[in-house]
Design a protein around this ligand. Structure first.
Ligand SMILES: Nc1ncnc2c1ncn2[C@@H]1O[C@H](COP(=O)(O)OP(=O)(O)OP(=O)(O)O)[C@@H](O)[C@H]1O
Ligand SMILES: [Mg+2]
Length: 269
């Protein structure tokens, strides 16, 4: 899984041969092909290409404001690119609308940076709602799926609690449960460990790792926690000024030309 990948991704792909790379990575679960995105004058992504193969985890690193969350939001079409294609499970989500978009979104779990939950619904109903809306499950099946997912994140006794009653770590786990309840093929996670103590953070990392190894979910994780990233990630991308200035295994990024990349991948900083 961690074999060196020659010219294939990110910086190399976008600067040299995006099309060829895109062709080679046709089996990827998630693939950016020459994607650009600006807000007004601010160019957030410039011709970015990369691919995440099935069952692997890509960690996106980068300083604040560099476009990490934008990259995740593009992947689920909460934002649209100015240029380029975004392939999710074989469909270019950037060009989909309506029912077709919903169909692809159903394959994606998303843990927002602030673990968005519906504050007026109990934890149980936060999980049951997407199942009732988006799956064909019967009531007993919904109940079973909610219970199983809460158990997965260690909140099986907290289903009747309201979000306001949950601690920060519990909220993150609840957000993760919500993202997992539809058994997504692709899981997008924005800062799963922020604001958590070391032990709780590593519990979240364990959950993500399990999701990857046992359920073969494809992951894209944005994180400032390099310790956790190195536990879960197969590949690391460092985003700076609209481009991936480094892309590869942890070892490859450690040897990057980019000082930012070397600092971000190092556990000493
Ligand atoms: N909906 C939006 N409208 C306008 N500008 C936006 C929007 N979303 C993001 N931006 C801008 O895009 C840039 C990248 O934002 P993004 O949220 O992706 O940063 P980030 O890398 O996730 O940072 P952090 O580590 O602080 O979460 C920022 O300059 C931000 O202000
Ligand atoms: Mg962010």
């Amino acid at each position: 899984m961690n074999e060196p990948r020659e010219t294939s991704h990110g910086m190399a792909a976008s600067q040299h041969d995006g099309q060829t790379t895109a062709g080679k990575e046709a089996g990827a679960m998630l693939r950016f092909e020459n994607v650009s995105k600006a807000f007004g004058e601010k160019q957030v992504l410039s011709d970015v290409s990369f691919a995440v193969p099935p069952g692997e985890a890509l960690c996106i690193l980068g300083r604040s404001g560099m476009g990490k969350s934008v990259t995740l939001k593009l992947s689920i079409a909460l934002l649209r690119p100015d240029q380029g294609k975004i392939w999710v499970c074989g469909d270019n989500i950037a060009s989909l609308e309506g029912a077709e978009l919903s169909k692809v979104r159903r394959k994606i779990g998303f843990l927002f940076q602030d673990a968005a939950l519906f504050d007026s619904l109990s934890l149980y109903n936060n999980l049951a709602l997407p199942l009732r809306r988006l799956s064909n499950k019967s009531w007993p099946e919904v109940e079973e799926a909610v219970h199983r997912t809460l158990q997965q994140v260690g909140l099986e006794n907290d289903g009747q609690r309201m979000p306001v009653e949950l601690s920060g770590g519990m909220r993150k786990r609840a957000g993760l449960a919500r993202a997992l309840v539809l058994e997504p093929k692709v899981l997008l996670v924005d800062e799963p460990n922020s604001g958590l103590d070391r032990i709780t953070a590593s519990e979240i990392d364990e959950l993500l790792l399990k999701q990857k190894t046992e359920r073969k979910t494809t992951l894209m994780i944005v994180t400032h926690d390099i310790h956790g990233a190195r536990r879960v990630g197969d590949t690391f991308a460092v985003l700076e000024h609209g481009r991936f200035v480094a892309y590869g295994t942890a070892k490859e990024v450690e040897q990057s030309q980019s000082e930012t990349a070397r600092k971000l991948i190092s556990e000493r900083y």
